[in-house]
Design a protein around this ligand. Structure first.
Ligand SMILES: Nc1ncnc2c1ncn2[C@@H]1O[C@H](COP(=O)(O)OP(=O)(O)OP(=O)(O)O)[C@@H](O)[C@H]1O
Length: 272
């Protein structure tokens, strides 16, 4: 993305303001910022759903512009907050088949792909179920399967796990992360959830349509000020570290994930 600017017709100021960044293939990038900071608008520009005013977006050497949109959209998969808005089929398999049919896959190939993606999201037993009768987490797995069936090079999550309970969310995030590493897929995730942010290698911070920080989870979690500024909760390990430091334990006052914290406590324990 290079010097990107965008203004909605009826607004006075730019919603996206001179935003530039590069994302490497296979990266997991979180996009965070307050409500109205321009996160969803940025995604819509990326997918060509909104026209760019000035600047440019290039995906795999293809400029995002009117005559390239088919190709661009084939490389991008989108998963939104509410899976109910994404279902088109009467059964799980019909729903996944819909996108494949649009891309002229043969019946045989479709069956193989549907088998594969249902296995990936651990929903093979639900092939003939009605999507509307599944639980929230199951619905989101099926929505994800429909997107993964088309082998996107870039998966975009727009608050995709915010309606799921913590266990369901972690399971879906694990599925996505495994698929990402196996397929060198890029993930761009709009989120307020620290567990999701933890999985990313980079965090892009938007404020009033401007990219004000290009950082990483460690830097972000190290600064309580930053977390408060963006209404983010502290990750569990950071909360625990804080309590341990306050109760006199000699552990570093910097962010550690669960594994690092366990190692650190073990070391102290063995010294005793
Ligand atoms: N169709 C539209 N027409 C005019 N203004 C819009 C339109 N869609 C969004 N906006 C405005 O653009 C700004 C950015 O909105 P956007 O939805 O991109 O923010 P966001 O960071 O995704 O917010 P949230 O976290 O609440 O989803 C907001 O001020 C919003 O009111």
């Amino acid at each position: 993305m290079k010097n990107l600017n965008f203004k909605y017709e009826n607004s006075k100021e730019n919603t996206i303001n001179d935003v530039s960044f590069n994302i490497k293939r296979g990266e997991w990038v979180s996009v965070i910022g307050h409500n109205g900071s321009g996160k969803s608008t940025l995604i819509k520009l990326l997918d060509g759903l909104l026209p760019i005013d000035s600047g440019s977006i290039t995906i795999n050497d293809n400029l995002v512009k009117e005559n390239n949109l088919d190709q661009i959209r084939k490389s991008i998969g989108l998963v939104f907050q509410n899976p109910d808005n994404q279902f088109v089929g009467a059964t799980v398999e019909d729903d996944i088949a819909f996108g494949l049919e649009n891309n002229q896959f043969s019946r045989n190939d479709m069956n193989v792909i549907i088998d594969k993606v249902l296995k990936v999201v651990d929903m093979s037993n639900y092939r003939t179920h009605e999507p509307s009768k599944l639980s929230g987490g199951q619905k989101q797995r099926i929505a994800l399967a429909g997107v993964l069936a088309l082998s996107p090079k870039i998966l975009i999550l727009d608050e995709a796990t915010s309606m799921i309970d913590p266990q369901g969310r972690n399971e879906i995030l694990d599925i996505i992360n495994n698929f990402r590493t196996d397929n060198n897929m890029t993930v761009i995730s709009i989120t307020h959830d620290v567990e999701e942010i933890k999985l990313s290698s980079r965090v892009l911070l938007l404020k009033s349509g401007m990219l004000i920080e290009d950082t990483n989870p460690y830097e972000l979690f190290n600064s309580v000020e930053n977390l408060e500024k963006y209404s983010l909760e502290m990750p569990f390990s950071a909360q625990l570290s804080r309590h341990l430091i306050n109760s006199g334990l000699d552990i570093p006052n910097s962010y550690m994930d669960e594994e690092e914290l366990i190692k650190c406590i073990k070391k102290l324990y063995l010294k005793m």
